[in-house]
Design a protein around this ligand. Structure first.
Ligand code: PLP
Length: 301
């Protein structure tokens, strides 16, 4: 599947003589979108060819990966189980838009404490899950494994050879690793972590041996799913100017970071930047409910 690159026109870009295009992976599907489609593609094939009828995975209550896995399972006729971080959510999950929709797509949940969640990959816990749900194809948290990286290698296409710099948001790093693997030696790849963490560089190195990449770690806004009024304002303003919606957890921080770097003359004049819109728009309604409670501005739909 090839998605379209959309050129972005902003006065700042003209002033700095830098061009910016956005690869609209978000348009693949509202739920099964962007990099989660790419990451699941070969895993779904593997699950089916290995004879599994159930996918099991892990995530937080607003996880794009949970939403995508539920939808993909429904499409492919596979049962899905979501092991969700936070026991307290079990009493109110129906008020959570991500989980409600995942359930409507047939996903079964198991809510576990944050402590248990930290231990989720232990053999003992996996055995408990097997006795509870039967045999399953295990997708890691965030969906990053070798087959996920292989799927993300298909984000870039031959036409993208014209770009000098490819920028993408980073959660677990699987997506960036796929982009790096598919990039050309003359291109640079810049990852913008959506969370704090020094472990990411090592995690990415597990999936790529290339060196033409860097992380820009100044634009996580305090950590995973942390937002500020400034970020919300940026997302609303960007949409008004470009008609391109951004999500608050990943792509909003990515574009904020790219434009800050442009302001600071980080990119040479004439640089052609391609930013990957990895999707994630399904998280906006859940985030807006949180913002409303905190009396913060909301993301315009
Ligand atoms: C999951 C996700 C990411 C991060 O992908 P990783 O492969 O975990 O680094 C980026 N953007 C969006 C919209 C996502 O849902």
């Amino acid at each position: 599947m090839h998605t379209e690159n959309q050129s972005v026109q902003l006065p700042l870009l003209i002033e700095k003589q830098v061009s910016l295009s956005i690869k609209r992976e978000d348009l693949i599907h509202p739920l099964f979108s962007g990099n989660k489609y790419r990451k699941l593609k070969y895993n779904l094939e593997a699950a089916k060819s290995q004879g599994f009828d159930t996918l099991l995975t892990f995530g937080g209550a607003f996880s794009n990966h949970i939403a995508a896995t539920a939808y993909a399972g429904k499409l492919q006729g596979l049962k899905t189980v979501g092991v969700i971080r936070g026991e307290e959510i079990s009493a109110k999950w129906e008020t959570n838009p991500t989980l409600k929709l995942a359930s409507e797509h047939g996903m079964q949940f198991k809510f576990i404490s944050r402590d248990a969640y930290r231990d989720k990959n232990s053999e003992a816990f996996i055995n408990i899950l097997k006795s509870e749900f039967g045999a399953f194809y295990l997708l890691p948290e965030g969906g990053s494994n070798v087959l996920a990286v292989k799927g993300c290698e298909e984000i870039l296409t031959p036409e993208d050879a014209q770009f000098d710099m490819i920028c993408s948001s980073v959660g677990t790093g699987g997506t960036l690793a796929g982009i790096i693997n598919a990039s050309l030696p003359k291109q640079g790849v810049l990852g913008f972590p959506a969370l704090k963490g020094d472990f990411l560089i090592e995690d990415i190195r597990n999936f790529t041996s290339k060196e033409n990449w860097q992380l820009q770690s100044d634009y996580h806004f305090g950590g995973y799913a942390k937002v500020s009024a400034e970020l919300i304002h940026f997302i609303n303003d960007f949409k008004e100017r470009t008609q391109i919606p951004l999500d608050p957890i990943y792509t909003g921080k990515l574009l904020y970071g790219i434009l800050e770097l442009v302001k600071k003359d980080h990119f040479e004049p004439k640089t052609k930047i391609l930013a990957i819109h990895t999707g994630g728009l399904q998280s906006i309604s859940g985030m807006n409910a949180k913002l409303k409670k905190k009396n913060l501005p909301q993301i315009k739909l």
